[in-house]
Design a protein around this ligand. Structure first.
Ligand code: ADP
Length: 415
């Protein structure tokens, strides 16, 4: 017996897995187990087994199809693959052999004979079909594969329809809930503002703590208004409801205006936004400046949030025949490569939410995860593109991130 032979058992039933593991393990085999066919193909590639034992009745893709798949991979074309199944109805053995199995054993296995049976397959034993049988069952096997494929496509289509319905319900719910919240919030905001103002008009020290309470109330309401507005904005952007009012604007002017808005926080956190020379050389472009300013606020706001105190942010401009591009490079924590595309999805934030502080512009301050989805919607409404680049995320080495906002050169206004 080959003491060190590697056996891969593809089987979803745990008690069968345990039985074979124990039995063949006791006979010196190294047993690997995969619980479904696709995992089995990956594991086979990884461990390069000497023999594969294949349950036929597997979830998702059945064992016969997986065998055919394995046979198409050069390193498994001659490997012993033995079907192991409880289904002993007539024709099953032939189907398994036609699909590419070297042998067919039925469950329950005969514990005394099983190790020898495996050994003989390892030595090259093969169960054969007559040419005529093989032809006939191969045809049946092909029909079954196509039928299974058809069923899978139907299942996927129906799952996809369900997901799309859920997605629509989610965005309808968000739109309705945020609009319903907007009306009472406007009232609360108006009254809490009024309250703060009135209290401040009174010249009494006794009122100081009450004034503080009113200020906090106002701050909370403002934050709530911001959140509700962001949700309304993202749902408008994603349903294509942006009504653009384009006019020629120098991009450098927009960037300066955004920098101006963030002046207080930049000072507090000792951050510097550098407007590079090439930014001033960009042509004027016909865009909706209000919307693009929102997109820039989100991108620059993120650069602020994800750069530690004392860092730098560089905004520059490039131009070629096709695009006028703004780039915003920060010296912050960076973004994992795997997340570079997903951060533009609605409600996507990198990593766990635990890191997020509640303050909006504090280092790693909390956000809804919609800022970049809004920015992308606004850029796309201008036939533009937005993307991010970063070598990865590292809070110690601070690799930084760069965001690019590209506008079609056709939007450039003649001087
Ligand atoms: P949020 O409103 O939470 O900031 P965004 O859609 O603006 O959401 O950004 C999504 C996520 O992308 C952020 O939570 C953050 O994890 C990541 N991200 C965006 N910009 C940067 C950046 N400049 N540096 C590092 N991570 C960033």
């Amino acid at each position: 017996m080959n003491e060190r032979a590697k056996v891969l058992y593809i089987e979803d039933d745990h008690s069968s897995q345990r039985l074979i593991q124990r039995l063949l393990g006791n006979h010196g085999y190294q047993v690997f187990v995969a619980s479904d066919g696709l995992e089995g193909v990956s594991l086979a590639r990884e461990v390069q087994p000497d023999i594969i034992l294949m349950d036929i009745n597997l979830p998702q893709i059945d064992g016969r199809s997986i065998t055919t798949r394995l046979r198409s991979i050069a390193s498994f074309s001659d490997l012993p693959i033995v079907a192991l199944t409880a289904n002993n109805t007539p024709g099953h053995r032939e189907l398994a052999l036609a699909a590419g199995c070297s042998g067919f054993l039925t469950k329950p296995i005969n514990v005394d004979q099983f190790p020898q049976q495996i050994e003989s397959f390892l030595q090259g034993h093969q169960q054969q079909l007559s040419q005529e049988d093989k032809q006939y069952h191969l045809e049946r096997h092909t029909y079954q594969i196509v039928e299974n494929l058809e069923n899978k496509v139907r299942e996927l289509e129906s799952a996809n329809r369900r997901l799309m319905r859920l997605e629509r319900m989610k965005s309808d719910f968000l739109t309705i809930a945020s609009h319903e919240l907007r009306t009472p919030l406007t009232l609360i905001s108006g009254y809490s503002n009024l309250l703060e103002k009135r209290l401040k008009m009174e010249q009494s020290d006794v009122l100081t703590p009450v004034i503080q309470t009113a200020e906090r109330l106002n701050k909370g309401v403002q934050r709530m208004e911001y959140v509700v507005d962001e949700i309304i904005r993202v749902s408008r952007v994603s349903s294509g409801l942006l009504d653009l009012q384009p006019a020629p604007v120098p991009l450098a002017q927009l960037v300066s205006s955004v920098r101006e808005q963030y002046q207080a926080i930049l000072q507090e956190r000792r951050l510097t936004i550098h407007l590079e020379d090439d930014l001033h050389r960009l042509p004027q472009i016909k865009i909706d400046s209000e919307q693009i300013e929102i997109a820039l606020e989100n991108v620059i706001g993120n650069a602020i949030k994800f750069t530690p105190d004392g860092g730098d942010i560089f905004v520059s401009g490039q131009q070629d025949e096709a695009w006028v591009t703004l780039s915003v490079r920060d010296t912050g924590i960076g973004i994992p490569q795997a997340d570079l595309k997903r951060i533009f999805e609605q409600f996507y934030v990198v990593g766990s939410l635990d890191h997020h502080s509640t303050s909006k512009h504090a280092f790693r301050g909390g956000g809804l995860g919609v800022g970049l989805a809004i920015a992308r919607g606004i850029m796309e409404a201008h036939q533009g593109r937005i993307w991010a680049d970063s070598p990865g995320q590292d809070e110690d080495s601070l690799p930084g991130s760069t965001f690019y906002l590209a506008f079609p050169a056709g939007l450039a206004a003649p001087d």
